[in-house]
Design a protein around this ligand. Structure first.
Ligand code: GLP
Length: 240
């Protein structure tokens, strides 16, 4: 795993943008695996500015998102589908029909997992962007998730519900389960870019980079990927 340590969040976002922009410029019909959370926001802002000011086009790009809360419609303000429209897609010239995410309100959860797995088989990510949970999760793969898991429904860890409750009015509003790409779908990407910012990620960053490769720390599987870059600001990299 290649590790880049930056002085601050802005530098982290700038470096991440450089890597993402290279993928899009090299292949205007690239498949981008995207992530939600606060960490990628600086990167997304730069992608929007670059599209608006420099004309980098996303008309041929397709995107696949990592995860979605179960029980929320794509129109729900708190859904990850809404997050992506609001924080990225609305600022790009991308066709929304080319942006894919799990359906949080599918009638049959198992069928929905099969559908999304099938879609990912046909849309292999040229790059997969990841954030990092404070407990070492990637997407919504909580500690203990089998490395060979594909798309599945997961019961969220208490620590994840606590972390994510800052984005909801009340803690009890945070959905308790979610659809997520599994480690297998993530590892299938040609390139992986994982971002971590802030002291609360330091332990997870250490485990991801230097710890034992174990299902107890899902991000540790990334050590086995042939082309994975982790960018951490100095607070997140403090234990390396
Ligand atoms: C959520 C998402 C993850 C994300 C993580 C970290 O649980 N499902 O994909 O990486 O939060 O979020 P943040 O970047 O806000 O710290």
């Amino acid at each position: 795993m290649k590790v880049i340590v930056t002085n601050d969040y802005e530098e982290l976002s700038e470096k991440a943008f450089g890597i993402m922009a290279d993928v899009v410029k090299a292949n205007p019909s690239a498949v981008l695996g995207l992530a939600t959370g606060t960490t990628p926001l600086g990167l997304y802002r730069r992608m929007i500015e670059d599209c608006r000011d420099k004309g980098t086009s996303y008309k041929g790009v397709k995107t696949v998102n990592l995860d979605e809360y179960a029980g929320l419609t794509a129109e729900d303000k708190q859904s990850y589908a809404s997050f992506m429209r609001e924080n990225l897609f609305s600022g790009l010239d991308i066709d929304l029909k080319n942006t894919y995410i799990e359906n949080g309100v599918a009638a049959d959860a198992e069928k929905e997992c099969q559908r999304y797995n099938g879609l990912l088989d046909t849309l292999r990510q040229d790059i997969q962007l990841l954030g990092l949970g404070s407990n070492g999760h990637i997407a919504f793969n909580e500690p203990g998730t089998p490395f060979e898991a594909g798309v599945h429904v997961v019961k969220l860890a208490e620590s994840t519900i606590n972390d994510n409750s800052r984005l909801f009015e009340r803690r009890e509003d945070v959905p308790v389960s979610a659809y997520t790409m599994g480690p297998k779908n993530i590892m299938n990407a040609k390139k992986i870019l994982i971002l971590a910012s802030g002291a609360n990620k330091a332990q997870a960053v250490y485990g991801a980079v230097k710890g034992e490769i174990t299902e107890s720390l899902p991000a540790s599987i990334l050590q086995l990927h042939p082309d994975c870059t982790l960018i951490a600001d100095k607070e997140a990299a403090a234990l390396l």
